[in-house]
Ligand binder design. Structure first.
Ligand SMILES: Cc1ncc(CN)c(N)n1
Length: 217
């Protein structure tokens, strides 16, 4: 019998396929993504991660097992080190904005609400696509690209396709599966909804970056 993650990953497989087909991902893989679009993405991602790490810390505090708490606290500080370093590499300080785009605002507000109001099982389900989708996209690009030696975005690709990230993604999946095992039916349904919504928001995040989404008013 398949576990919770295998089932929800299958159910949301069409979202992953749509992300792989987004122009942002295709051009990132080819190395042809316009620099200003990538800058916009990295800027918004820095704003996203600043909040995401707080959500991870909160999830860690809610865990029932101290090793799980440690995992989420380490993941939060890992973001500070690994992803901040990535941003240092790519961010253009002169054009950096502290204003989150509508989609970035929506994603971080959603995660924060879930982590503050819902159970630990549902909270983990909501933060999980941030691990799993980036891993799947990193692997997808690494497997399909033909320009590893001259892609200006290779450092980004290697971060998410790399083994170190894979280990933490696997641990996050295992913890989610563990909480799913003891979740009652209604809670399982909420876990599925949270994973689905966060996956949709991952699609929206890249889409909004490609369009350099602005507040319309
Ligand atoms: C929006 C988003 N989602 C996920 C990740 C990978 N931690 C990220 N950097 N940004």
């Amino acid at each position: 019998m398949s576990n919770w993650y295998q089932q929800i990953n299958k159910t949301t497989g069409s979202i992953l396929a749509k992300i792989q087909n987004q122009p942002f991902i295709k051009e990132l893989m080819q190395g042809t993504l316009p620099k200003d679009v990538f800058q916009f993405y990295i800027n918004q991602d820095a704003l996203y991660l600043a909040q995401y790490k707080k959500v991870l810390a909160l999830v860690g505090i809610k865990c029932r097992d101290e090793n799980e708490t440690q995992f989420f606290l380490d993941a939060a500080t890992g973001i500070i080190h690994v992803e901040n370093a990535l941003h240092q590499h790519f961010v253009n300080a002169d054009s950096f904005t502290t204003i989150a785009s509508p989609t970035c605002e929506l994603y971080i507000s959603y995660l924060s609400r879930i982590a503050h109001e819902k159970s630990i099982a549902v909270s983990i389900a909501a933060v999980l696509p941030c691990f799993t989708i980036y891993k799947q996209i990193g692997d997808y690009i690494l497997e399909n690209q033909t320009n590893k030696d001259n892609n200006p975005y290779q450092e980004w690709i290697n971060t998410y396709g790399g083994e170190e990230f894979a280990a933490s993604v696997e641990q996050a999946i295992n913890i989610a599966n563990k909480y799913a095992q003891t979740a009652h039916q209604e809670e399982l349904e909420m876990m599925n909804q949270a994973f689905l919504k966060a996956s949709q928001l991952e699609w929206m995040f890249w889409d909004s970056a490609y369009r350099k989404e602005q507040w319309e008013i």
